[in-house]
Design a protein around this ligand. Structure first.
Ligand code: GLN
Length: 270
C-alpha cells in the first residue's frame, strides 16, 4: 500500500511537471488552441504585447468604459485576428516605447509612431499605414503662419516626439533653430499650458491637434505647414522580419476588404 501510494505520488509529480511545461506554451487555454498552433508554426507569439501611449486620440486613448481604444488599437486588434494571436496593450509614456522594445517587454509599438532614420537604428518598421503631419496650435488671433515664424518663441511639445525634434535646435530635420522648448509628458498638457499663456505655440501631430482644439475652438486654432509631413508605421524588434511581414500582409488584406477604410472613417474621419 505504501509502495502504491508512493507510485501514485510520483505519477502525480510527473503529470504536474508536464502540465507545467505545456502551460508555458499556452496550450492550457483551449480557446486559444488555434493561435497556439499558428504561433508554433510561425514563431509569432500567442499573445502580442502592444506598446502604446493611450493619450493620443484618435489613434490611442482610454474610452468611457475604461478600455484602450483608438485607430491603432482597433487596427492592431484586426491584425491580431488575422495573424491568429491574442493582443494585450501595455500603456506607457511615448518616450519609453523604444526602450521597452529593446528590453523585449513589448512585441509591437502601435502609437502613431513616425518613421525616422534615428528610430530605424533601434527598431524595424512595418510598411507605413498612415500619412500624418506636424501642425502648430496657436491662439486664435496669432499671426504665426509657418514653422519659420516660431524662431525665438517658447514652444510646447510632447517629449520625445517628432514635434519635439522639429523645434529642437541641432536635431536632424529641425525646422526651427532657436526656440525655447518646453517638454510635456502628454500633448494635452502642452495645450493646457498654451491656453494658460505658458508657451506661444504647441507643435504636435495633426489629428490629435484637431481633437485637442475642438474643445477650445473659441480660443485656439491650427496652423498647417507642408514642410512637416511624415508617415506612421508599427515598430517591431530589430530583425523580427517575420512579425513585420505578418503585420504588413494583414494590413494589406484589411485594406483590400474595406476594414482599414471603415476604421479611418470611424476614428479619424478627416
Ligand atoms: N508621431 C509622433 C512621433 O512619432 C508622435 C507620436 C505620439 O506622441 N504618440 O514622434
Amino acid at each position: 500500500m505504501k509502495k502504491l501510494s508512493g507510485l501514485i505520488a510520483a505519477l502525480l509529480v510527473l503529470t504536474l511537471a508536464f502540465t507545467g511545461c505545456s502551460s508555458n506554451t499556452g496550450s492550457e487555454d483551449t480557446s486559444s488552441e488555434g493561435a497556439t498552433t499558428a504561433a508554433a508554426e510561425s514563431g509569432i507569439p500567442d499573445k502580442l504585447i502592444v506598446g502604446t501611449n493611450a493619450e493620443f486620440p484618435p489613434f490611442e486613448f482610454v474610452n468611457d468604459d475604461g478600455e484602450y481604444d483608438g485607430f491603432d488599437i482597433a487596427l492592431m486588434q484586426a491584425v491580431c485576428d488575422k495573424i491568429g494571436c491574442e493582443m494585450e496593450v501595455s500603456n506607457m509614456e511615448f518616450k519609453s516605447l523604444l526602450g521597452a522594445m529593446q528590453l523585449n517587454s513589448i512585441d509591437v509599438i502601435a502609437a502613431a509612431m513616425t518613421v525616422t532614420e534615428d528610430r530605424k537604428q533601434s527598431v524595424d518598421f512595418s510598411e507605413s499605414y498612415y500619412e500624418a503631419k506636424q501642425v502648430i496650435i496657436v491662439d486664435k488671433d496669432s499671426d504665426i503662419a509657418s514653422f519659420s515664424d516660431l524662431d525665438g518663441l517658447k514652444i510646447g511639445v510632447q517629449e520625445g516626439t517628432t514635434g519635439d525634434l522639429f523645434v529642437t535646435p541641432g536635431e536632424d530635420g529641425a525646422l526651427v533653430q532657436n526656440a525655447e522648448v518646453k517638454r510635456f509628458k502628454k500633448g494635452v498638457d502642452a495645450v493646457m499650458d498654451l491656453k494658460n499663456g505658458g508657451v506661444d505655440a504647441v507643435v504636435i501631430d495633426k489629428n490629435p491637434a484637431t481633437e485637442f482644439v475642438s474643445s477650445n475652438e473659441d480660443t485656439l486654432k491650427i496652423v498647417e505647414d507642408d514642410a512637416a509631413k511624415e508617415e506612421y508605421a508599427y515598430a517591431v524588434a530589430k530583425g523580427n522580419t517575420e512579425l513585420a511581414d505578418a503585420i504588413n500582409q494583414a494590413v494589406e488584406e484589411l485594406k483590400a476588404d474595406g476594414t482599414y477604410d471603415a476604421l479611418v472613417k470611424e476614428y479619424i474621419n478627416e
